[in-house]
Design a protein around this ligand. Structure first.
Ligand SMILES: Nc1ncnc2c1ncn2[C@@H]1O[C@H](COP(=O)(O)OP(=O)(O)OP(=O)(O)O)[C@@H](O)[C@H]1O
Length: 947
């Protein structure tokens, strides 16, 4: 029997003292006993009680009446002749097996006379296996049940004591084995083979082979009499599968002993060898009986002599040590076996009092470092085993439950698809909302940009009206002073800046001033809204970008990704479309602005032309010779004018029709452009002709009338030269829009003459100043060869402006040459910018009236804003549907724009009814105001972006 390797510390834990379990089995009468007429004298009278009757007892024998040997015995359990093998096993042995597994020792031995049925109980037959087979079978079953958690090692040995000699039944060739005791008092059989077994079948095979080796001889008492004690030892080592450095190993031993039966020589008729065998058997059994007697001594002071036989030495632990012991006594019920049975019963009854101390055998093994490798290896093997097991389970599950798992997987996939679909729809919805918001904001921004442009244009137009009137006012002052040579200087000075207050400002100019202020406020408000919208647009863009970035992360399906990408593409195209529209509008605005600059330039040029012409007349009339330089300049001027005429038709064609119709007050000036100059020249010539004066010889070229100028005579002087009733004679025809040219020469001549006189007055003023300063006026008339006169075009407007700033203030602002390539750039920086609002004169006579008009305008706008704020998004559709109508002035009154215009018109009417003349249709203006901003609610007068 091998011991655990390494550092071991074997201890016994738990348990306690307990009595030997004694069972009694009474076998049936065999054929011989029946044949010999033996009577059954052993009876199980209760579950644990047996009665052994005295076969010699005779109730009729008075002498032996009180000497009956009948006796009752009580054991832990009794089995009669009808008891089955399984019943005996279950009631005596099976309860021991768990103890064996948990490290306890147990012994089951069969005791009894020869032929009493010990071998039958322990070994049994093929059909009725005995306790050994059943016990071993159940032991393996139990180990198999817990093998996942515990690791077992089962070994067995099988020996016999025959004639006090120990033989290895599993290895008979090993000869007689010695019985030795170790230092701890443990009994060891040297050289006994321990065969490791893994299954019940192996155990049974070995048991079968071992029994064949057992000495068994027929005797008179038993045809299959066992002539030796057989000891089957099963050692079970148990340890937890989870290894540790200190491992607890439980070692349980089960001894199953089939003793040889005691025999009486007389009864067995043994002779010779059988008699010798019987003597050894009896001797060993006697030793066993003595031990039992000693162990069962109630005082417990008797010496237990185990050394009298090898049997008692082997059963030392089983009888008095650490062992749970079950003794199954066997008797024959036959009356012929009364003495044997009675002795057995007496021994068994004594054995009941034997107490053993049962403890668990535990060995704590501390492994050396070198052995950790083995532990690790074992652990790896365990892991591998578990993996195999897992795979097997998976495979098994796949085989048996594959369809259900596939169904579950399908359901999970389906659920995931549904989830993805819901998420995708949500994402799509968010994207669409984001696109829509962005588009609305872009359109709003575009509309606001256009509103700003419209405001700018409208401001310029009003500025022109004011400038136009200021020029007229200046000329009107000249006319009033026309012909009055006396005090020319003082008048001229007055003309230069003073006296204009006496001229009543027309209603149109007042409205223009009011509207400039309104437009200025409107521009400020529009810019503010534009900033807000721009910020919102940036936020919307950012939001859309984030959503677009989320798309590939959340959408795995290819088709779904494609759909969302298409949505994004559509969105991008919509944005491009909007930007294209915006660019068109901006270009249109630039063209309009350039047109306006051109008109302003032409106005200015016309004035310059007129001044030059009149100066030339004055020079001729006064016989003032032209300087050489002036002649050269005149020649250049003439050439430039001819070129201009050639260019005029092309310029006319390039002007936008919309602008022509939209700016009626300056339309005539703009439309006819150079033609007007020509026409004016023609008129001047006609006047000269009527006066009978000859023109200067150079006039045929310089002031010649072109065919085109004559053709377009109609309406030419409707602009700055004629639009003043104060300047018109009583016989003059109505003012514009009358397109037909009328005899206005007289007025024009007056104007021209007045202008010339003004210039002359300024010249005189200059001379006076110089004289006062230098006392020499000749320097003013120095020939052109003289240096300081070379650059003095003293009759030019610029020169005059230098001497009198006020004069220049009353004239048109300086305009850069339109031939500049940077026209648009100059336009932005020019004096026409709406940021340069004209100064509103204080102290004018009509200032109170204008203030009233302004307040009225403000009130009107206030109504507009309040009203427009009440409009929601739903109103937009109504507004949009009325855009075209709004352009023609017939706007929906529910529309903010329509409401505004309607109110405004009404406001004008009220104003005119109260204190001011009715506004002429010519001066009716559409001030581009925008209602209070609400995303997508912007509509500009005369402009709407289709949605
Ligand atoms: N309970 C029983 N039921 C039927 N037959 C039995 C029973 N017990 C014993 N026998 C039979 O009795 C005979 C003797 O039994 P067995 O050999 O087991 O006695 P034994 O006590 O082992 O004898 P020995 O000590 O000589 O070996 C056998 O033929 C056996 O089959």
């Amino acid at each position: 029997m091998a011991q655990p390797a390494n550092d071991t510390k074997t201890t016994t834990k738990g348990g306690g003292e307990q009595n030997l379990t004694v069972a009694l089995r009474i076998r049936p009468l065999n054929e011989d006993e029946n044949y010999n007429g033996a009577k059954s004298i052993a009876h199980k009278v209760q579950a644990k009680m047996v009665v052994l009757m005295d076969p010699m007892e005779d109730h009729d024998d008075v002498l032996r009446a009180n000497r009956s040997r009948e006796k009752q015995f009580v054991f832990d359990c009794t089995f009669d002749s009808n008891a089955l093998q399984d019943e005996v096993y279950k009631n005596t042995t099976r309860s021991l097996l768990p103890n064996i597994i948990n490290g306890y020792n147990a012994t089951v031995f069969a005791y009894g006379a020869t032929g009493a049925g010990k071998t039958y109980t322990m070994l049994g037959t093929d059909d009725e296996p005995g306790i050994m087979a059943r016990g071993l079978n159940d032991l393996f079953v139990e180990m198999d049940r817990t093998k996942e958690e515990m690791k077992y090692k089962v070994s067995m040995s099988y020996l016999e004591i025959y004639n006090e000699m120990i033989r290895d039944l599993l290895n008979p060739s090993s000869g007689i084995l010695d019985l030795r005791e170790d230092a701890k008092g443990g009994v060891q059989v040297a050289g006994l083979s321990e065969v490791t077994t893994r299954s019940t079948n192996e155990v049974m095979d070995m048991l079968f082979q071992g029994n064949k080796e057992r000495t068994q001889e027929p005797t008179a008492a038993n045809k299959t009499s066992s002539r030796s004690h057989a000891v089957l030892q099963v050692i079970v080592k148990q340890q937890n599968r989870v290894r540790n450095t200190v491992q607890e190993v439980r070692v349980g031993k089960l001894f199953m002993v089939d003793l040889a039966g005691s025999e009486r020589a007389a009864a067995t008729h043994n002779r010779g060898k059988r008699m010798v065998e019987g003597a050894h058997i009896n001797r060993s059994l006697l030793a066993l009986g003595n031990c039992i007697n000693a162990l069962s001594d109630k005082n417990g002071h008797k010496y237990i002599n185990y050394r009298d036989s090898k049997l008692t030495r082997l059963l030392k632990d089983a009888l008095g040590g650490n062992c749970k012991t079950v003794m199954i006594a066997h008797i024959s019920p036959a009356s012929s076996q009364f003495e044997e049975s009675r002795n057995t019963l007496v021994y068994a009854d004594r054995a009941k009092h034997i107490k053993t101390k049962v403890r668990r055998n535990v060995t704590d093994v501390s492994y050396h470092i070198a052995q950790y490798t083995n532990i690790i290896q074992e652990l790896r093997e365990e892991i591998g085993r578990l993996r195999v097991k897992l795979n097997d389970k998976t495979t098994s599950v796949s085989l048996h439950g594959g369809s259900s798992i596939q169904a579950v997987q399908a359901q999970v996939l389906e659920a995931k698809r549904n989830l993805d679909k819901v998420e995708l729809n949500k994402l799509k919805e968010q994207l669409l909302i984001s696109f829509k918001d962005q588009m609305e904001l872009r359109k709003s921004l575009m509309e606001l940009n256009n509103a700003t442009m419209e405001i700018s244009l409208e401001t310029n137009r009003n500025q022109m009206i004011i400038t136009e009137w200021q020029a007229e006012r200046a000329k009107s002052s000249l006319r009033k002073e026309g012909g009055d040579n006396a005090g020319q200087m003082s008048k001229s000075m007055e003309l230069a800046g003073i006296g204009s207050d006496e001229i009543v400002e027309p209603e149109e100019v007042k409205v223009a001033r009011d509207e400039i202020k309104v437009l200025h406020d409107e521009k400020y408000r529009t810019e503010k809204i534009r900033t807000t919208v721009y910020k919102e647009l940036e936020q919307a863009k950012s939001k859309t970008r984030k959503l677009e970035e989320t798309v590939p992360q959340k959408i795995s399906d290819e088709d779904q990704t494609e759909i969302v990408m298409l949505m994004c593409k559509v969105h991008e195209l919509e944005i491009e479309n909007t930007e294209g529209q915006s660019a068109c509008l901006i270009r249109d605005f630039q063209i309009k602005k350039k047109d306006m600059v051109i008109v302003r330039f032409r106005q200015h040029r016309t004035l310059c032309d007129e001044i030059i012409r009149k100066q030339k007349i004055l020079l001729e009339e006064n016989d003032i010779p032209l300087t050489r330089e002036l002649e050269e300049l005149m020649e250049l001027y003439k050439l430039e004018k001819e070129d201009r005429m050639l260019f005029s038709e092309e310029t006319l064609l390039n002007l936008t029709p919309e602008y022509r119709s939209k700016v009626p007050s300056v339309a005539s000036t703009r439309l006819y452009g150079d033609g007007e100059t020509d026409h004016m020249s023609a008129l001047t010539e006609e006047e000269d002709h009527r006066r009978g004066k000859k023109s200067a010889k150079s006039d045929d070229k310089l002031f010649s009338q072109s065919a085109q100028a004559r053709r377009i005579k109609e309406g030419t002087l409707s602009g700055i030269w004629r639009n003043n009733s104060n300047m018109s004679g009583p016989d003059d025809p109505p003012l514009t829009p009358t397109p037909r040219i009328t005899p206005g020469e007289k007025t024009d001549r007056t104007v021209i003459a007045t202008g010339t006189r003004n210039i002359a007055a300024l010249a005189a003023k200059k001379r006076t100043i110089i004289e006062q300063k230098y006392g020499d006026t000749k320097s003013l008339y120095r020939p052109n060869s003289e240096k300081d006169l070379t650059n003095d075009s003293y009759l030019s407007q610029n020169m005059l402006a230098k001497h009198n700033k006020k004069f220049s203030d009353t004239t048109l602002p300086m305009i850069k040459d339109p031939s500049d390539d940077n026209l648009s750039h100059n336009t932005k920086n020019s004096s026409f910018s709406d940021s340069t609002l004209p100064p509103i004169r204080q102290g004018q006579k009509n200032s109170l009236q204008r203030e009233a008009d302004l307040k009225k305008n403000r009130r009107t706008r206030g109504n507009e804003l309040g009203y427009s704020q009440q409009f929601g998004r739903a109103r937009r559709l109504s507004e949009k549907s009325n855009v075209n109508t709004a352009r023609t002035g017939d706007r929906d009154l529910l529309s903010p724009v329509g409401y505004r215009n309607k109110t405004k018109r009404q406001g004008y009417r009220d104003s005119s009814n109260a204190s001011t003349p009715k506004r002429k249709s010519k001066s009716k203006k559409n001030v581009p105001t925008i209602p209070a901003y609400r995303q997508g609610d912007i509509t500009i007068t005369g402009f709407a972006v289709p949605r």
